[in-house]
Unconditional design. Structure first.
Length: 175
């Protein structure tokens, strides 16, 4: 009998997120100079920081490339930020090999076709509520929240709660 997503969450040690459509709502604001600006959710960032400070690995693998996104993620403590990635599967394999991570212990949240093949390699493929149908069809967990609106916070919180670490993190340590 297949494990439920809650049972799989017990084994998660690593979160990997796409950016556009997961940490953003897929919107891009283009300035007159051609710069593309994105909006990221503060609660997603807070949860990523909580996960890192609680001992989880947090990694970003995205086809998009934006220095502002890299700076934001680095400021949250995310050290493994792979932007402008043409081959997400190879980047994923290199990351888990370098860090000695079992792919079954990885939650990967993606939203569209470029995430499809890498999501088939992880223990817990997850998506925002507004992901493409092809991605939703392979997910073990679909957030009730849309991309860029707290979907990353949702999965991090779910995992940390299942493992008894969510409120432990907040008990007097962090405001």
């Amino acid at each position: 009998m297949a494990k439920s997503y809650k049972e799989i969450m017990n084994d998660i040690t690593t979160f990997i997120f796409d950016v556009d459509g997961v940490l953003t709502d897929s919107s891009v604001f283009v300035t007159n100079e051609g710069e593309m600006l994105r909006t990221m959710n503060i609660r997603d960032g807070y949860a990523m920081k909580a996960a890192i400070e609680s001992g989880y690995n947090v990694c970003i693998i995205s086809g998009g490339s934006n220095d502002g996104v890299r700076i934001r993620l680095n400021n949250l403590g995310v050290k493994d930020v792979h932007l402008g990635t043409p081959d997400k599967v190879q980047t994923f394999k290199d990351y888990i090999s370098t860090n000695n991570i079992n792919p079954e212990h990885v939650l990967y949240m993606g939203d569209d076709i470029p995430d499809f093949h890498v999501m088939k390699l992880v223990g817990l493929p997850a998506s925002p509520q507004d992901a493409s149908p092809e991605i939703k069809n392979i997910c073990r967990y679909i957030s009730h929240v849309k991309g860029g609106r707290g979907a990353a916070r949702d999965v991090i919180e779910q995992v940390m709660k299942v493992q008894g670490k969510w409120m432990e993190y907040f008990n007097g340590k962090h405001d």
